[in-house]
Design a protein around this ligand. Structure first.
Ligand code: CAA
Length: 296
């Protein structure tokens, strides 16, 4: 199967920016679209700043850094972003109506051969494909934060996803140097369903005073060799993102996914984790320290 050369990423938030960085690093020309030119531009600058640090450390050649910069284009013009693309990857917030809206616009302007992928963590690929009117061309490509580093991409097959689209997506994941699992469309797929239940239980333990933030995280970091405890990971992913997944899974699967009150309160307070500076931790220049507001 011929390799993918041109990809469009829609949405330059944490995940979209990381997915674009991964593509450019792996030799793919990527156009990162965001309605805000400023957001798209700062995503590109962030990726290149990380490349600069790797050049300083000696883990990246300067010529390769320049090649990555040339392959990473940011734009706020959707036609320019999709007109000759082979794969569109949507990474906008977890709202089905919003996803349908942006992908419909992209669909109207992209080549008819382009494949449409969503980075949704939990929403239905089958519904997305059906609402776009091209269910055979739609698939889930679920990346993990930070996308350039994490080894897995979860491929989600909708009810009507065409076998050729699955094969193309699978080859693309291999081209990106990632491992893959293929799951059938279902609420939260495999990874989010497992991940959020662990995070929610950690929050309930914090609420009921079983232990403090740092000790709950150390339980899994040291006791189970997780690279990051469930509360710190929630901060990395974004408390709002996790809350949206839990609410969706409560509606779709049941009460075991009911979001802890503490999580909802923190989101209402704008304490969204690393991206806002405060969540279960306060993110200082020196690194994360447990949020003193949550000490009991
Ligand atoms: N973007 C790009 N590269 C990054 C990065 C980022 N945001 N953060 C770290 N890196 C790179 C560093 O540049 C470094 O690269 P080099 O080795 O080439 O120098 C490498 O990653 C290691 O970085 P650090 O030494 O700074 O940090 P670390 O060894 O402590 O690892 C971590 C950091 C990879 C985040 C690690 O703590 C980890 O694996 N944590 C768990 C992450 C996780 O579980 N993610 C999944 C979340 S769930 C999700 O995303 C799905 C969803 O639907 C919500």
């Amino acid at each position: 199967m011929s390799s993918i050369e041109r990809v469009t990423v829609i949405g330059a938030g944490t995940m979209g920016a990381g997915i674009a960085e991964l593509c450019a690093t792996r030799g793919v020309l990527v156009k990162l679209f965001d309605l805000s030119a400023e957001v798209a531009s700062s995503a590109r600058q962030g990726a290149l700043a990380r490349c600069d640090r790797r050049v300083e450390k000696g883990s990246l050649e300067r010529t390769e850094r320049e090649a990555i910069a040339a392959r990473f284009v940011n734009t706020s013009d959707l036609r320019d972003a999709v007109q000759d693309t082979q794969i569109v990857i949507e990474a906008v917030p977890e709202d089905m109506t919003l996803k349908v809206k942006v992908l419909k616009s992209a669909l109207e302007q992209a080549p008819t051969t382009a494949l449409f992928a969503s980075n949704t963590s939990s929403l239905s690929i089958t519904e997305l494909g059906s609402r776009l009117g091209v269910p055979e061309r739609v698939i889930g490509l679920h990346f993990f934060n930070p996308p350039p580093v994490m080894p897995l991409i979860e491929i989600v097959r909708g009810l009507s996803t065409h076998a050729d689209v699955l094969a193309k997506a699978s080859a693309f994941v291999a081209q990106l140097g990632k491992e893959q699992i293929v799951v059938n469309d279902s609420p939260g797929f495999a990874t989010s369903r497992l991940g959020v239940i662990l995070g929610a239980e950690a929050m309930r333990m914090l609420e009921t005073g079983v232990a403090g933030v740092a000790d709950i995280d150390r339980a899994l970091e040291l006791g189970y060799r997780h690279p990051m405890g469930p509360l710190k990971l929630t901060d990395l992913v974004g408390l709002d993102v996790r809350l949206a997944i839990l609410d969706h899974l409560t509606r779709e699967i049941g009460e075991q996914f009911r979001a802890p009150v503490l999580l909802r309160q923190l989101v209402r307070a704008g304490k969204l984790g690393k991206k806002s500076g405060v969540g279960f931790y306060v993110w200082t220049e020196q690194g994360p320290v447990p949020n003193p507001e949550l000490a009991r």
